[in-house]
Design a protein. Sequence first.
Length: 143
Amino acid sequence: MNKILLLRLVIFIIVGTLFTIPSIAQKEKIIGVDKDGEFHVSSPIRVGDRIVEKGMYQIYRVDINTTPFIVIRKVAMTYFGKTMGSMKRGDEVVRLKCTIQRVDEEYKKSKILLIQSVEKERLAVEARFRHDKSKCVLPRRGL
């Protein structure tokens, strides 16, 4: 009787562990984006097949021949922070084709949704822009 109870307990623990491993492996995190499309990366993130290193960036969506793209550019910084007056954009870091999915309500704030892959890499999977009733789903490399 005790062996059967012990066996059931072990099977319960194994099955429970199998269902929790994927949720642990892909924790979601959100990077806030300000009204100008600027955001800060504190540790490298993967966007498609590119790595966005630590720093300040600007994200925006552009449609080229009705094909949506996400563009991420480096923001020129001065010693004291952001430049004053007209913002100087740095080099383009990422230009990535994305898929548009409609949502019921418009977003109040812009944000980038990240997951952490099994390889401990932070991976951008969605970009949401304020006052928009759609989200940009980014292609995932390696998942």
